[in-house]
Design a binder for this molecule. Structure first.
Ligand code: BV8
Ligand code: ZN
Length: 256
């Protein structure tokens, strides 16, 4: 169960955050695994970040795939299977609401590969680390949508027969160049930057927080506990599925 929110210190921070958000012309948000925790999906470092006794950083790499593609595919097929019963939660829906209010002046950047922002109705999602619903051929490079399908441990390409891989960015791999560029542009232009449900340890994604702060944006962290390494940010500590709807509600209340 998630910790009960101590309303006392949250209320003041919510007023401050709503104020910062209300003034913002352009808003950007960076989400991590924590925003999907209330949809029942495990976070990376919450459960010790281990899988079959191996650090995720060891399993989610091209080297691991080269060495033992079956093991890596078992890791991803397990997570793909978990997606079948996962539904967006109130935190995802609150971000859809923000997109409705700010339109194209709102940019949602996610480290998550679970596709729940899109399932919630977010129209524009920058997936820095790819997506579990898609697979990519190691031979002809074709990318296909295979959401909801149970794939074998060593799936092969219908077109050329080569081994498929999950269409995600592994550790030691470059992020998709155009997605990364658009994400940086959105953070550079934003007046308010929401950092939601991320331990802020994976780069270059976590570097967006430093960028926003250095450019003078109002940085708001939503997490169970302080994680982002940016002093002076506004901290809203509690489960994002509860905190984000309260922030929206505060936004609608008359200005403080
Ligand atoms: C790169 C996709 C350039 C796969 C992921 C050595 C060689 C090469 C690179 C490096 C190196 N050493 C370090 C690096 C850089 C490396 C890195 O940052 N490593 C870390 C571990 C130190 N980065 C890379 O390799 C990146 N590429 O640098 O390329 C390059 C290329 C070649 C050579 C040199 C450089 C690629 C990184 C992408 C990796 N792929 N995912 C998959 O998902 O399986 S990263 C993975 O971690 C996920 O995407 C995940 O989203 C991401 C970050 O984790 P979080 O989302 O923050 O999740 P976490 O569990 O950590 O935290 C959850 C948070 O939520 C917590 O704070 C918790 O308190 C909170 N929470 C929990 N419940 C709730 C909540 N908050 C609110 N409400 C709740 N209910
Ligand atoms: Zn192929």
């Amino acid at each position: 169960m998630h910790p009960v929110i101590d309303v006392g210190d949250l209320d003041g921070a919510l007023a401050q955050a709503a104020d910062g958000l209300r003034r913002a012309k352009r808003v950007a948000a960076l989400t991590g695994a924590g925003v999907s925790a209330e949809s029942g999906l495990a976070t990376f470092r919450g459960g010790g970040g281990l899988w079959e006794g191996r650090a995720v950083e060891v399993v989610a790499t091209p080297e691991a795939f080269q060495r033992n593609p079956g093991l890596v595919w078992r890791f991803y097929n397990l997570r793909r299977a978990g997606l079948r019963s996962a539904r967006p939660n109130a935190g995802h829906l609150a971000l859809v609401d923000l997109e409705k209010r700010w339109g194209e002046r709102f940019t949602l950047i996610t480290q998550n590969v679970d596709g729940l922002h899109q399932a919630a109705g977010s129209g524009r999602v920058l997936e820095l680390h790819g997506g579990l619903a898609r697979v990519r051929c190691t031979g002809c490079k074709a990318v296909t949508q295979r959401a909801g399908e149970a794939l074998p441990d060593l799936p092969s390409c219908d077109a050329c027969g080569a081994l498929l891989r999950p269409d995600v960015v592994w550790f030691h791999e470059m992020l998709p160049e155009s997605v990364w560029r658009v994400a940086c542009e959105a953070v550079e232009a934003c007046d308010c930057f929401l950092v939601i449900g991320t331990s802020a340890v994976v780069y270059p994604a976590a570097g967006l927080i430093d960028m926003a702060r250095a450019l003078g944006a109002c940085v708001i962290e939503v997490n169970l506990e302080p994680a982002a390494i940016a002093a002076g940010l506004i901290g809203l500590y509690g489960p994002s599925g509860q905190v984000l709807p309260r922030l929206i509600k505060r936004l609608d209340e008359s200005a403080t």
